[in-house]
Design a binder for this molecule. Structure first.
Ligand code: NI
Length: 266
């Protein structure tokens, strides 16, 4: 059976209040042996951690999303530092810039991003980046820093050239539902161009359901369809793509990886 890694989901979200345990059972049944539940403020960082602590194969990330940047309490960095000491925390995230919704003033988004970049470096944890309509500023911020954490460009939404620019800076590129959409030639070109060792898959569930379940509430089991699309785009088998992206996910999040099939080949 294939082993899939959903590197970014929000199973603690209220949209799963009715059937959270059933959604967890479905992901296990679909071969999703690993998932990372990602926070977007202090409350969801804690609920993501709680979910991870009570479910096998689930880890968590803590961070303040650009939407929530203006609402972050003054001591949010101390709170994140405390949460991050828990064993199941594997990253700082999600953090970044969102100039599409602009729910926090842009200067506040940039300050909170930079503070959490420092925190990720201090704690030696990878960062998970949410970037919407802000690649220019994000690249400028990365270039201006003397040290960068390891990290993931989550739910990547740019061009092939932008993806490769992030790759040159050492980041992983994660694809989600939109790569499966019919009218996504630029995103699909990016998915073909990312070097194999930097490729990740995710659902960002409950958002962004892939084809053929587009428009419904998304859930981690659907990472299967993202994997299937990437396999087709890159001329690989489903098994190879699942193993590759799971191994990459384990590497960036610092989790052990073993795949029985590979060991027998070696
Ligand atoms: Ni997310």
């Amino acid at each position: 059976m294939i082993e899939l890694f959903d590197t970014h989901c929000h199973l603690d979200d209220e949209k799963f209040d009715e059937d959270r345990e059933a959604a967890y059972e479905r992901l296990r049944a679909r071969g999703v042996t690993r998932a990372v539940c990602v926070g977007s403020d202090l409350r969801t960082s804690e609920s993501s951690l709680r979910f991870a602590q009570t479910h096998e194969g689930v880890w968590a990330a803590c961070g303040v999303h650009p939407h929530e940047a203006a609402a972050a309490p003054e001591d949010y960095l101390d709170k994140l530092r405390a949460i991050s000491r828990e064993e199941k925390i594997v990253a700082i995230g999600e953090i970044g810039l969102d100039y599409y919704y602009d729910l926090s003033p842009r200067d506040v988004q940039r300050r909170v991003l930079n503070e959490q970049l420092d925190l990720a470096c201090e704690l030696d944890l990878p960062a998970i980046f949410h970037i919407r309509d802000a690649h220019g500023d994000m690249l400028d911020i990365f270039r201006a820093r003397s040290v960068l954490p390891r990290g993931i460009i989550h739910c990547f939404s740019g061009s092939r050239e932008t993806a490769l620019e992030y790759v040159r800076m050492g980041f992983y590129i994660s694809f989600s539902g939109p790569v499966t959409f019919k009218k996504a030639p630029n995103l699909q070109a990016a998915a073909q161009a990312v070097p194999p060792e930097r490729l990740l898959i995710e659902t960002d569930s409950p958002y962004l359901a892939p084809e053929p379940v587009r428009g419904r509430r998304n859930e981690p089991a659907n990472v299967y369809y993202v994997c299937e699309k990437l396999a087709a785009l890159r001329g690989m088998t489903m098994e190879e793509t699942a193993a590759l992206t799971a191994e990459n996910g384990c590497r960036i999040y610092g989790l052990p990886f073993s795949c029985e099939k590979r060991e027998t080949i070696v």
